[in-house]
Ligand binder design. Structure first.
Ligand code: ATP
Ligand code: MG
Length: 785
């Protein structure tokens, strides 16, 4: 690859200093939108291109899998750009498409393929694929490289079985969800069951500790790990085993972490161990050929409920800078220019966050123009709020040719708020996506197929075997399953040991043994092929062989068709994974599927309005943002009301939300709201009172001077619409049976009229496009006379 500094010209001097800093520790602290993530991405490119660092020596941690993927893509493009300039003297985009593809695949094969970029969980699971067999659990349990990863719902199911079956406890008193949470908390603090019992020496504490003991045993028996283990075990393993730590310490000479403010203790320990090889920082003096580079913003720390701790960021210089000359500039860079938002938006964000006491003062200057003021809308209730938001989206999209549906985001505090927006968006046929809903990998049929694959890849995974032994139906009833269960418990062996022996099956399963043996035969057949066949081949044949698809086809319902579609999509996902990853094995794919988070389902380029929680929006940006539901108890959330530290975290969340906006920001709240089934009066959020009045326009006043008494839509768009000939709803008296001409769909017939007066909408049937609901105020329809 050719050395170059061309791409560094796209950075400001401070960003450039951070990117070009080579060895040693470096903290980049800066407010939102100041180019932290950009600096981190460019730094990776710079390390390889200009410092000749081997891509294998780089480890970069991102907050989501999606961010990791994007970062890899950007780095690939940066490199390809350099190559295009060097080889052809042209920019990448000026080359024919096949040349672009060729260059990118060359970059992939030589560079990006070797970069380890991912979330803490994904990176740790890769480390464990190499070394888990060397880990020593205090109770002597062991794991093999073929381990399965239990996602949150698998873990909860396991806890539930232990609570209700093994320990015979009341699952109302010992709710599996809260017991699982207690265990997870204990694990994150490095507590054993005995520690937990000491901590809480009452009946409940003892019982939870007991569930924890059984849970660990069951995980080990299934050769499985939960999410907490993925990070904890590498940390423990590094502490136990010098040579394992030594290997990874030597391998990862350049470590980079994005969103460092949301790191927790265990993750910090991991970074620290990898950096220092377990040495005391005071003695450590090996910064000559390594770096630890972290970027973050304490004002955006919003995951304390997952044990994130922003004092870790604040202590970075002390923790990693020991032994270095006492000079702040060697270990810290500040970025002070915001490239994302208009100055009005930025001012509002800075103004609000200043109400927090627990923070480091910092400067964040706008580089963009003033832009429009922020609009704050008071709605009657949640439906009215959704009406306003969707109305704004539609009129902005209509009025601004440069705005697409994908440029809008609606951000809320709790998932439950999405419903009213979805309803109105659907009513007006506005395409949207809810980010962070049910994961693709949580769908029943997907979990079924993954269970087959896991059972094939990991013979000890009894949980997966049991999930699909009778799916599709093979006549294996509950009685048989209980008998098999009992036998495994008595023998203390994995279920597979019994299933793989024909005689045992016949004895235990009686009349069901035909079905059980058929199932065992399938698992065995594919297990034998595991070393030679690709995951995609296995999945394709397995779907036929197991009768899974056939059973769905036989159902013949629309829902079953949907499921077939999803299973086929899973096959596509495996194919894509095999093409894109340097480790295309089935095990790697399964780990990837378990770790896919609900935040990864956001698709770009599909041009849809995005709906998501404020937590999910971290790191993202959108031209137009709607921050909704600013009411006491909702945002800030009711749990935080009595607790000043928690209120500050909610304010940081508000800061995150505001700073997602590039051009326009709308804030809304309702006078009353139905949430979780109750209709209640609502009072305006504390944060509304903190808005700087001169930067905000409202429809109602918040104790602020009122600049506008009607929402923008009424005041502006209707004025403009009234001026457009032929577009006003009032001009025509619409009737069913009218024939109209639509600018893109051509002629169609009005079949239904919805609403009245100003709010009228028409259902129009077009010969080729089918039925569409159209607002004649927004789309110019001509009546064929
Ligand atoms: P957040 O705190 O929200 O994670 P960030 O600090 O990581 O934000 P980025 O997402 O890296 O910020 O950058 C914000 C926006 O500013 C992006 O659109 C990015 O491309 C742009 N940007 C960053 N640096 C520059 C620059 N030097 N010149 C032009 N645009 C820039
Ligand atoms: Mg960022």
């Amino acid at each position: 690859m050719t050395a170059s500094t061309d791409f560094l010209a796209k950075l400001n001097p401070s960003q450039r200093a951070a990117v070009e800093h080579f060895c040693g520790p470096l903290l980049v602290v800066a407010g939102a939108g100041s180019g932290k993530t950009r600096a981190l991405t460019f730094r990776i490119a710079n390390l390889v291109l200009n410092h000749r660092v081997d891509p294998e020596n780089i480890l970069a941690v991102t907050f989501t899998n999606k961010a990791a993927k994007e970062m890899k893509e950007r780095i690939e493009v940066l490199f390809a750009e350099q190559e295009a300039q060097a080889k052809h003297g042209k920019s990448l985009s000026a080359l024919p498409e096949y040349e672009q593809t060729k260059l990118r695949s060359h970059v992939y094969k030589n560079v990006t393929k070797y970069l380890w970029i991912g979330t803490f969980h994904a990176l740790c699971s890769r480390i464990l694929r190499f070394d888990i067999e060397k880990y020593q659990h205090p109770d002597g349990y062991t794991w093999k490289k073929t381990f399965s990863i239990f996602d949150e719902s698998d873990a909860q199911t396991l806890v539930k079985t232990i609570v209700t079956k093994d320990l015979n406890l009341d699952d109302k008193k010992f709710n599996p969800r809260s017991v699982r949470y207690a265990i997870s908390n204990a694990k994150n603090q490095n507590f054993t069951p005995a520690d937990l019992e000491k901590e809480q020496p009452n009946y409940r504490g003892r019982m939870i500790a007991d569930v924890y003991r059984h849970y660990e045993k069951a995980l080990a028996a299934n050769n499985s790990l939960d999410f907490d283990d993925l990070i904890m075990i590498p940390v423990k393993l590094f502490q136990q085993n010098e040579s394992v730590l030594g290997y990874w310490h030597n391998r990862f000479r350049h470590i980079l972490v994005d969103e460092y403010q949301d790191t927790n203790r265990t993750q910090y320990d991991l970074i620290r161990l990898l950096t220092t090889n377990g040495e005391d920082m005071a003695k450590f003096n090996d910064w000559r050929n390594r770096s630890t580079f972290v970027v973050g913003d304490a004002d955006q720390s919003i995951y304390s409920f997952r044990a994130a701790d922003f004092t870790i960021l604040m202590n970075f210089q002390d923790d990693f800078g020991d032994g270095l000359p006492d000079d702040d500039t060697r270990t810290m860079v500040k970025l002070e220019e915001n490239y994302r938002s208009t100055s009005n938006i930025l001012h509002v964000a800075n103004y609000i966050i200043e109400n927090n006491t627990e923070r480091i003062e910092k400067v964040l200057r706008a580089t963009r123009g003033e832009g429009e003021t922020i609009f704050c809308y008071k709605a009657d209730d949640e439906i009215h709020e959704a009406d306003f938001v969707v109305g704004q989206i539609r009129s902005l999209e209509y009025q601004n040719p440069e705005l697409k549906w994908g440029d809008f985001a609606i951000l809320y505090r709790t998932n439950a708020q999405s419903r009213s927006f979805e309803e109105i968006l659907t009513r007006y046929s506005v395409p949207y996506q809810v980010v962070g809903g049910l994961r693709f990998y949580d769908r029943r049929e997907i979990k079924d197929v993954l269970a087959y694959l896991r059972a094939i890849a990991n013979p000890d995974d009894t949980v997966s075997l049991k999930r699909v032994i009778n799916v599709p139906r093979r006549g294996v009833g509950k009685g048989t399953l209980d008998k098999l269960d009992q036998a495994t418990q008595t023998l203390g062996c994995p279920l597979w040991e019994i299933l793989s022996d024909e005689g045992s099956v016949k004895t235990l399963a009686g009349r069901s043994s035909k079905g059980v043996l058929e199932f065992a035969g399938i698992i065995k057949k594919y297990r034998e092929r595991l070393d030679n066949a690709k995951g995609s081949e296995i999945i394709q044949e397995l779907l036929e062989d197991s009768g899974y698809i056939e059973a769905l086809k036989a159902e013949g319902t629309e829902e079953a068709d949907d499921r077939i579609g999803n299973v086929q999509e899973l096959y596509n996902a495996v194919l894509q994974f095999e093409e894109e990853n340097d480790d295309p094995s089935l095990l790697a794919f399964l780990a990837n599927a378990s770790l896919a988070s609900d935040l990864d389902n956001m698709e770009e380029g599909n041009n849809r309005v995005s709906l998501m929680t404020l937590h999910s929006s971290k790191g993202l940006e959108f031209p137009v943002v709607f921050l909704v539901g600013l009411e006491q108890g909702l945002f800030p959330n009711f749990r935080s009301l009595e607790d000043p530290a928690a209120t500050e975290e909610e304010r940081r969340l508000c800061y995150v939300g505001i700073t997602r906006a590039k051009e326009r920001l709308f804030i809304s709240y309702a006078r009353e709201r139905r949430l979780y089934g109750h209709r209640e009066p609502a009072s305006p959020s504390l944060f509304l009172g903190e808005l700087p009045v001169d930067y905000v326009t409202t429809n109602s006043g918040l104790g602020m001077p009122q600049r506008m008494t009607t929402p923008i839509r009424d005041a502006r768009s209707e004025r403009e619409e009234a001026a457009k000939p032929g577009s006003g709803a009032h001009e025509f008296d619409w009737n069913a049976g009218d024939v109209v001409v639509h600018p893109s769909y051509g002629a169609g017939e009005v079949t239904h009229i919805f609403g009245a007066g100003n709010k009228i909408c028409l259902a129009v049937k077009f010969p080729n496009q089918g039925r569409k609901i159209i607002d004649p105020k927004l789309t110019k329809l001509q009546r064929a006379e």
